[in-house]
Design a protein around this ligand. Sequence first.
Ligand SMILES: Nc1ncnc2c1ncn2[C@@H]1O[C@H](COP(=O)(O)OP(=O)(O)O)[C@@H](O)[C@H]1O
Ligand SMILES: [Mg+2]
Length: 261
Amino acid sequence: MKSLSIICQKGGVGKTTIVVNIGKIFAINGIKTLIIDLDPQGNTSTYLDFDKNNEFILTSQDLMSGNKSKEIGYLHENMAIIPSNQSILKFNNEKILGGSVLKKTIDSFEFKDFDVILFDTPPTMSSLVQEALSASDFYLIPTKPEFLAIEGVSQAMNFAKKSISNQININPVFLGVILNQVDTRRSSYVDFENELSYLLADKLLETKISNSVDIADSPYHLKTVEDFKDDSKSKIEFYQLANEILERMNINEKITQQSHY
Ligand SMILES: Nc1ncnc2c1ncn2[C@@H]1O[C@H](COP(=O)(O)OP(=O)(O)O)[C@@H](O)[C@H]1O
Ligand SMILES: [Mg+2]
């Protein structure tokens, strides 16, 4: 089992979109995936049409309190979700210097059957994000290709580094930065990409996700790119991203759009 946090203190950069779409692609292609939502907004559940307030289902606040007495919610035979809601806010400002509660609970759970755990995180620099980092093997930072986003990326990288150096035995690997909502027609795009690739070198993911109205509308229609046509540009890009993530996490699997038919 390997785990990945998607983090960035900026909202609207695509954290939830990436978790949900990559999670679904992994699951459909036989990679057993657990999504853990640590964002009080609970967008992951809404996107996947899952009831985040079902009292019989294990939630991320249960994980944070060490409560193991509930069922894990399944969305697909290969895909489970641990939803979040507003009640996780009470953990938002806890100091985790004494060691991560989340990591301890996750280690003691029967999560070993999952191949991948994906953490969705809130758009903050809070202890909830630090909890996610503590429980992760890798972390990924999404950004939009905008001028101010460079600052956002370096702030996210610094926050992660600081969080990691403050704790013992916790050392998630920086997977890289993924450019989302790319519009190559914008005149600033090439400059922006050049600057990021200069700063990040091989930590800038090769895959870029284009801006697409289908993705923008997909939460409304409760769809993921998996429901799009096979020749959809977004679907092709997300499959490429899924493979690049697997490769960077050293998971020896390659998936193709047709592999599950
Ligand atoms: N590649 C994209 N093209 C168009 N819209 C996108 C794309 N990625 C994300 N969005 C939209 O942008 C909004 C913010 O994305 P979201 O994943 O919720 O960001 P975050 O979780 O970082 O706050 C959502 O409405 C989502 O549908
Ligand atoms: Mg989100």
